[in-house]
Design a binder for this molecule. Structure first.
Ligand code: AP5
Length: 212
């Protein structure tokens, strides 16, 4: 099954995609995580992406498409995957169509959260370098500044500062939200999920929708 999780920054795509991927036994492929890893490792891609991500703009399509197509070609993705953060533009969606045929996907999960809640979530988000995610109120690390899962330090993402979040929201509305209409016009199942509420309840709602 090839699934897409779509929604604004901070909607909970990563939180939910990890859980659903574990339930379905398919990989969670998050282009934001892959790009942050490239930045941390100082690769050629990371050097090109770093300033763009810090501004909250999109990394050029050609770079992200090449990275994603290489990832979905690996053995663990043969039976399907959950995409989180890709596609983000119509050009990226068309690259997926060209790679897999048809719409490139079987279903999309659209997670809806209002802007006030998004700002609250993003301003309180803390992460560790290995991609574990916390929230200072909702899901704090029990050891404060240290990751419960790997023991590394926990900090605020560079692009989670208020002025960058505003730009990320504009970029989402201008370039990524049109994908809802793009996929709505194609032969895939769209599941619209209310992303406000408890994390477990939202996972249950997504699983029920996917199994329906
Ligand atoms: P990316 O990492 O994809 O960021 P994003 O889409 O903006 O998504 P976020 O990671 O901010 O949010 P999320 O929806 O995953 O929420 P989360 O689960 O963490 O991209 C970053 C950058 O990389 C982009 O700006 C761009 O520059 C570049 N990039 C990436 N992909 C690209 C592409 N395809 N093309 C071009 N450029 C690309 O949850 C948020 C917080 O809320 C957490 O603290 C969490 O604990 C908390 N939370 C989660 N669920 C709940 C709940 N139900 N109730 C309360 N709190 C909750």
């Amino acid at each position: 099954m090839r699934l897409l999780f779509l929604g604004p920054p901070g909607a909970g795509k990563g939180t939910q995609a990890k859980r659903v991927a574990a339930e379905l036994g398919i990989p969670h492929i998050a282009t934001g995580d892959m790009l942050r890893q490239a930045v941390a490792e100082g690769t050629e891609l990371g050097l090109q992406a770093r300033a763009i991500m810090e501004r909250g703009d999109l990394v050029p399509d050609n770079l992200v498409i090449a990275m994603l197509l290489e990832r979905v070609g690996r053995d663990d993705a043969t039976d399907g995957f959950i995409l989180d953060g890709f596609p983000r533009t119509i050009a990226q969606a068309e690259a997926l169509e060209a790679r897999f045929g048809g719409a490139g996907l079987d279903a999309a999960v659209v997670i809806e959260v209002d802007t006030e809640e998004i700002v609250r979530r993003i301003s309180g988000r803390r992460v560790c370098p290995n991609g574990h995610v916390f929230h200072i109120d909702e899901a704090p690390s029990s050891t404060g500044g240290v990751c419960d899962q790997c023991g590394d330090s926990v900090y605020q993402r560079e692009d989670d500062r208020a002025e960058t979040v505003r730009n990320r929201l504009h970029v989402y509305r201008d370039l990524t939200e049109p994908l809802i209409a793009f996929y709505g016009a194609r032969d895939i199942t769209m599941h619209v999920i209310d992303g406000v509420g408890g994390v477990d309840a939202i996972t249950d709602a997504i699983m029920a929708a996917l199994n329906s």
